[in-house]
Design a protein around this ligand. Structure first.
Ligand SMILES: NC(=O)c1ccc[n+]([C@@H]2O[C@H](COP(=O)([O-])OP(=O)(O)OC[C@H]3O[C@@H](n4cnc5c(N)ncnc54)[C@H](O)[C@@H]3O)[C@@H](O)[C@H]2O)c1
Length: 247
């Protein structure tokens, strides 16, 4: 018996990194999965891992920043599974630069995907969860949304906004038995962080009390807990997954 047996879960940005690890963890706990990313063929590796666990899996193309795309994709998922119990807003990008050099395009791009994307997806899935009178939404924020970071004012603002969105949605939808929580990962080894220089990586490591970078699985474990019924009395919370960096 898995903790998520019989549940249908959706993960955005599921092609790799934290999204892939989350999809695999939710499947290992018994959930069937709809995987979303910009292109369906990018999802093949994640889909194979989910299928190997004996769970049903559907790959759905979705650009979270495009309202029409989100509406269509959520419709396809609803048609395929008839319900959605868990939604993980994981898709996200960085476009780093110092404030004085940041272009309005780089600001908009990050806010559109990281924050507006989560709003569009939450609104679309809330319609289904409200009908069901149950559901769990987990948003993948960042410790940068709590503490800020030089060179990431767009990213920090998007993740701080996502945390505020989480808390508001939690309050608004609680009466329909829908929970919303956020995880705030610290420095996790993925393609997003591979791009950082060795110097920056060493500086970050010096500030992590547990003395290691996190793995996508470290984050996925917390997402799976928040997504499932073991967290039935947890809503509107932000759980940091950062090796003790932010306390
Ligand atoms: N890696 C870290 O250290 C770290 C730390 C804190 C928070 N996060 C957050 O975790 C999430 C996942 O990060 P990751 O490190 O696994 O990144 P990643 O770049 O490895 O994966 C992100 C995924 O999102 C998809 N994506 C990007 N734009 C999209 C869009 N418009 N529509 C749909 N899918 C889209 C990408 O194709 C990719 O598969 C992000 O929200 C990120 O901000 C990561």
């Amino acid at each position: 018996m898995g903790l998520l047996d019989g549940k249908v879960a959706v993960v955005t940005g599921a092609a790799r990194g934290i999204g892939q690890a989350t999809a695999v963890k939710l499947a290992a706990n018994g959930a069937d999965l709809a995987l979303c990313d910009l292109q369906t063929d990018w999802l093949a590796e994640t889909a194979e891992k989910v299928a190997a666990l004996g769970r049903r899996v559907e790959c759905v193309q979705m650009n979270v920043a495009e309202a029409d795309d989100v509406t269509r994709a959520v419709g396809e998922i609803e048609q395929a599974f008839q319900r959605i119990d868990i939604w993980v807003n994981n898709a996200g990008i960085t476009k780093d630069g110092l404030l004085m050099r940041m272009t309005p395009e780089d600001w908009d791009n990050v806010l559109d995907i990281n924050l507006k994307g989560a709003f569009l997806c939450t609104k679309a899935v809330a319609r289904i969860m409200m009908k069901q009178r149950s559901g769990s939404i987990v948003n993948v924020a960042s410790i940068i949304g709590l503490i800020g970071n030089p060179g990431q004012c767009n990213y920090a603002a998007s993740k701080a906004g996502l945390i505020a969105l989480t808390k508001s949605v939690a309050k608004e939808l609680a009466a329909r038995n829908i929970r919303a929580n956020a995880v705030a990962p610290g420095f996790i080894s993925t393609k997003m962080t591979d791009a950082l220089s060795e110097e920056v990586r060493q500086k970050m490591l010096a500030n992590i009390p547990l003395k290691r970078f996190g793995s996508p699985e470290d984050v996925a474990n917390v997402i799976a807990f928040l997504a499932g019924d073991e967290a039935a009395y947890v809503s509107g919370q932000v759980v940091t997954v950062c090796g003790g960096m932010v306390t």
